[in-house]
Design a protein around this ligand. Structure first.
Ligand code: SF4
Length: 428
């Protein structure tokens, strides 16, 4: 038997008062995004301008995932740089010149700011401008911040994509732009579905190669595939492009609603839409229903972490039968997650920002069946007997669109299975 999402609630959570939290954060910094961005942009290089700590974070986060010639590195700021005794700016430019002379495959180079580079106020924008002037047209040098002072782990992608937008060529072409770094196989599925609906003029930001012909202008409409891209949204609007608000393509319902928003914009008729989506929708429902047998009736609590929380709460409550106790997100942009809030039934506390001690207290009181949180909180909560899911896995695992809907649900049911197995063992 397959499960259909119920009709939309009469009143969703869009107007629910938001509990604002301003306290200590417990999340990774934006450098983390380099791990998935460097795999996506095949001729880009990410040069973190930071300390040994930053280099260490990147290496351990990337650890098992590097196969080819590395496409990221760290320009290490030494004690002398930090103390202002050396000309770090000139040194950085020399480092980049050396790197580009050695690595002729690089077409885009990102100078990525970190806490130390911000503290000593290195002007990476000026460095990027000078280096672009020196290495254009072959290489474009851009800069963004991935520092823990300014960004949480998914905001690194937002800052990166937003940095690319002002440099894109102008076009008047009527086109659809998909925005967000999805694994290639998932992106191909989305392009295939849209292509079958007759929508052909589609570009993707970030493009896989620098010479993909990506351009933007007043006849560009864009759909986000990730909810943490508020800065990129604003940058695209400044270029005259128009945002298509929609629920995010998680689960069968989210994917269908997201596709519908695009289909409506491009005049796809209902019969064609149904013909294209019918079979994958049925597959997605069936796959979700399998995991939902474990999830149904269970409670879930989200700590603010990835900005995926609201769309995921919508998916887990509507398609998997879970009950959301609290949905915390680092930021809530209603222009981005409004359509997901509309579908989320009233009930859960909606919280923005983080005050980790207060949230831990609420979580301990609620004792949810499943807690979605960062790595730093997962271990202590597990030790207290709570089942947890690491939010970061959600950005490292393909979870978007129909064919991944079952995997997405399974990511949440697995920790519950594990906990049951542990309980059984303990009982034996
Ligand atoms: S950017 Fe800041 S938070 Fe991130 S690894 Fe470097 S020092 Fe740590």
């Amino acid at each position: 038997m397959t499960h259909h999402a119920p009709p939309p609630p009469a009143a969703g959570c869009r107007e629910t008062p938001v509990l604002k939290q301003r306290g200590q954060h417990e999340v990774f910094c934006g450098l983390t995004g380099i791990i998935w961005l460097h795999r996506k942009m095949q001729d880009a290089f990410f040069l973190v301008v930071g300390s040994r700590t930053c280099a260490h974070l990147l290496q351990s986060a990337a650890g098992v995932m590097i196969f080819a010639e590395p496409r990221f590195g760290t320009a290490i700021l030494e004690e002398t740089d930090l103390a202002g005794l050396a000309d770090a700016q000139a040194e950085l430019e020399r480092d980049v010149d050396r790197l580009l002379a050695r690595r002729t495959d690089i077409r885009q180079l990102f100078l990525v700011g970190s806490c130390p580079s911000e503290v000593i106020k290195l002007d990476l924008a000026r460095a990027a401008e000078k280096l672009t002037a020196r290495h254009a047209p072959k290489v474009r040098v851009l800069n963004y911040s991935g520092s823990g002072i300014e960004t949480t782990f998914t905001e690194g992608e937002d800052a990166c994509l937003a940095s690319m937008v002002p440099a894109l060529p102008e076009t008047d072409k009527r086109q659809l732009l998909l925005v967000g770094a999805l694994p290639d196989v998932v992106e191909d599925q989305a392009l295939d579905l849209l292509g079958k609906m007759g929508i052909d003029d589609i570009s993707v930001l970030p493009a896989r190669h620098a010479d993909s012909g990506l351009a933007v202008g007043p006849n560009t409409v864009f759909a986000l595939t990730q909810p943490f891209l508020g800065g990129t949204l604003a940058a695209l609007e400044r270029r005259g492009a128009r945002h298509l608000p929609a629920p995010f393509p998680f689960g069968e319902e989210g994917t269908t609603a997201w596709l519908q928003a695009v289909a409506r914009e491009f005049g796809v008729d209902e019969a064609r839409f149904d013909a294209v989506t019918g079979a994958p929708r049925a597959r997605a429902r069936k796959a979700v229903a399998k995991a939902a047998t474990t999830l149904s009736g269970k409670s879930v609590f989200f700590f603010p972490d990835s900005q995926l929380e609201i769309p995921l709460a919508r998916f887990l409550t509507r398609e998997c039968g879970m009950e959301a106790v609290e949905v915390g997100a680092p930021y809530i942009h209603k222009s981005v997650v409004g359509p997901d809030l509309d579908l989320l039934s009233q009930g859960p506390t909606i919280a923005e920002g983080q005050d980790v001690e207060l949230q831990l207290d609420r979580c301990r009181t609620a004792r949810p069946d499943l807690t979605v949180c960062g790595l730093g909180l997962a271990n202590p909560l597990e030790a207290e007997g709570l089942a947890t899911k690491w939010a970061i896995e959600l950005v490292f695992t393909p979870v978007h669109f129909y064919e991944q809907a079952g995997d997405l649900a399974a990511l949440f049911s697995r920790p519950l299975h594990r906990r049951n197995a542990l309980k059984l063992e303990a009982a034996e």
